[in-house]
Design a protein around this ligand. Structure first.
Ligand SMILES: Cc1cc2nc3c(=O)[nH]c(=O)nc-3n(C[C@H](O)[C@H](O)[C@H](O)COP(=O)(O)OP(=O)(O)OC[C@H]3O[C@@H](n4cnc5c(N)ncnc54)[C@H](O)[C@@H]3O)c2cc1C
Length: 434
């Protein structure tokens, strides 16, 4: 099929769960969608070799459930865990909730089977834990967003699942104190799985809508921590509690049962639903400024400033972030039937990305360029890197058949020739002069 598509010049867009935030699995040039979701077999889980061999369409949630039965984990729980597939997560080099401790998906790939455009099957790596054999092509495929080849099988490293875990959270009147607490936890040597924060707007909104009784604050903080037994877990929790209190954290909550953990994580995970309840008809929109990353020392300032910029355009935004790794997610909720909201969103995204770059940050660190960042790629990486990326693409796919219109590999434009579901949408071309 790939060979014929190549010969006939028919675009092919690979797709797993379709949960990409950046439009990377949308067939913006038409052609064929290659749906991999039914290649969904877990071929093998080996506790001896500490690997799992899977097809690309396996859903993250299903995979993790099977691993847990054997005391194992693939610790890359993404927010879209019920729809995201392993193939989509590899091609996006996903950054899950526990990326602070476990990093991105890419380094967890031990082996890959990739089908190239001419039908050739490329085998990379093995079930041996390490290899160093020339260019690391697995790392190139990770994050390539379906533009180089089709992942048809993966050998993934798995870890032992720690038997006990808990969440701990606190509320801060000052984001600088919150970030100082996060840094102190990092320096303490207590290996937290995740360090997360949400801004005051998010906390008060979720508290009002869900009746959670949270205090008003400039931000709240949540960490997850695991232990090899209860004593080990409690020792870690008491260190974290002390650090949070020493840095001004109020109403420290330790959560070991599912219900309290859900409550603690609600500002982080349920805010879009809460805002959409308040504003019927509104939606969270994946836009170009949804996942910038800034130096850790600039986090408090950036959370405030990104929120301020977006609100200055009269848009609703909930800001949350991975404090341990510098990634900030402004979740913008708009009325997609309102043309002014689209115009405001596009102006706000540019201002946010210019601000992020001005303080030494990068415009994307989680979702990648996909489609919605096409017009920012060259500014972000420079002409030399973009040209090299395009040459690499040319080696794998000289006619631009695989997932065209993405990562600025063949165009630095968005919108041209693309039809949108929302009639009120304002294209980049129509933004001129507005
Ligand atoms: C609510 C929500 C929360 C999210 N939370 C996170 C998060 O915490 N962390 C994070 O990193 N991302 C997050 N995302 C983004 C997204 O879920 C992830 O990037 C996920 O990995 C996408 O998986 P998918 O199967 O849906 O991929 P798709 O959207 O189907 O595809 C993603 C990309 O991979 C390519 N692709 C898919 N399968 C293959 C294959 N077999 N071979 C080659 N290319 C392929 C597609 O062409 C596309 O470019 C979130 C998205 C949503 C909607």
């Amino acid at each position: 099929m790939l060979r014929i598509s190549s010969e006939e010049q028919i675009p092919v867009t690979p797709r797993g769960g379709g949960a990409s935030f950046q439009g990377s699995s949308l067939p913006v040039r038409g052609g064929l969608i290659l749906d991999l979701s039914r290649m969904n077999r877990i071929i093998e889980i080996s506790d001896e070799d500490m690997v799992a061999v899977v097809q690309p369409g396996v859903r993250y949630e299903t995979f993790e459930h099977e691993l847990e039965k054997r005391g194992l984990t693939f610790p890359h729980d993404v927010g879209s865990h019920d729809s995201a597939t392993i193939g989509g997560m590899i091609a996006s080099d996903s950054n899950g909730h526990h990326a602070y401790k476990h990093g991105r998906v890419g380094p967890w790939i031990q082996g890959l089977e990739v089908v190239l455009l001419d039908g050739t099957v490329l085998k990379l790596g093995t079930r041996s834990p390490r290899y160093n054999m020339g260019y690391n092509l697995s790392a190139l495929i990770a994050g390539s967003q379906g533009t180089l080849g089709i992942v048809t099988e993966a050998i993934l490293k798995v870890d032992p699942k720690m038997p006990t875990s808990a969440s701990i959270g606190a509320f801060f009147q000052n984001l600088d104190d919150l970030m100082a607490a996060s840094h102190a936890i990092h320096m303490s040597g207590v290996e937290a799985g995740t360090l997360e924060a949400t801004d005051g707007y998010t906390v008060s909104t979720i508290s009002d809508v869900m009746g959670l009784g949270f205090p008003s604050c400039e931000g709240n903080f949540v960490a997850d921590v695991e232990g090899f037994d209860e004593e080990n877990l409690q020792a870690k929790l008491s260190i974290l509690k002390r650090i949070l209190e020493e840095h001004g954290g109020e109403e420290v909550i330790i959560a070991q049962d599912d219900e309290t953990r859900k409550k603690l994580w609600a500002p982080r995970l349920d805010i879009d639903i809460a805002v959409m309840k308040l504003q019927p008809g509104s939606r969270e929109i994946g836009f170009a400024a949804s996942d910038p990353c800034v130096p850790l020392s600039k986090m408090a300032e950036a959370i405030r400033e990104i929120g301020r910029i977006i609100r200055s355009y009269d848009l609703i935004v909930a800001v949350f972030c991975h404090t341990g790794i510098g990634i900030i997610h402004p979740a913008v909720i708009i009325d997609p039937e309102n043309e002014d909201h689209w115009v405001a969103l596009k102006k706000a995204e540019r201002e946010v990305l210019e601000y992020v770059t001005s303080i030494g940050g990068v415009i994307t660190a989680e979702h990648g360029f996909g489609y919605v960042k096409n017009n920012y790629v060259k500014e972000a990486v420079g002409a030399v890197k973009l040209e090299l990326d395009r040459r690499i693409k040319g080696i794998f796919d000289p006619n631009g058949i695989l997932n065209p219109g993405k990562m600025a590999l063949d165009t630095e434009e968005r919108d041209a020739g693309v039809k949108y579901t929302f009639p009120a949408y304002v294209s980049d071309q129509d933004m001129e002069g507005r």
